[in-house]
Design a binder for this molecule. Structure first.
Ligand SMILES: [Zn+2]
Ligand SMILES: [Zn+2]
Ligand SMILES: [Zn+2]
Length: 116
């Protein structure tokens, strides 16, 4: 998925509440889906699909600049993160230096987890 010209690791975020599905422990296979704008969107619960339907464009816009720290799985606005290149992709970390230290210990595990 390309946002603003840079390649980000795609991680599922509920477009209604902005929660990381990985953080909530919801796999792509078990997440409820709803088709909108020619795309299948993943949600954290059925209730969020109902919320989404009330203002889909607004919520998609809101969530378009939300990224997830690969280590602590916190949802952040992209401008509040530190972007680091990893394997040709940009990973967005929260500002905590500990998250980057942890990442360096086992990058592949965190990348795989983030992808859901
Ligand atoms: Zn949700
Ligand atoms: Zn929900
Ligand atoms: Zn973090």
């Amino acid at each position: 998925m390309v946002h603003g010209g840079e390649f980000r690791i795609e991680t599922p975020i509920c477009p209604a509440c902005g929660c990381s599905l990985v953080r909530l422990g919801i796999s792509k296979e078990e997440a409820p889906t709803y088709r909108y704008g020619g795309e299948e969107h993943l949600f954290c619960c059925e209730g969020c699909i109902d919320v989404f339907k009330t203002a889909p464009e607004e919520y998609l816009r809101e969530v378009s600049d939300v990224v997830v720290c690969p280590v602590c799985l916190a949802e952040k606005r992209v401008e509040a993160t530190v972007g680091l290149e990893h394997g040709g992709e940009i990973l967005h970390f929260c500002r905590c230096p500990h998250c980057r230290e942890e990442f360096d210990k086992n990058p592949e595990r965190f990348v795989a987890r983030l992808a859901g």
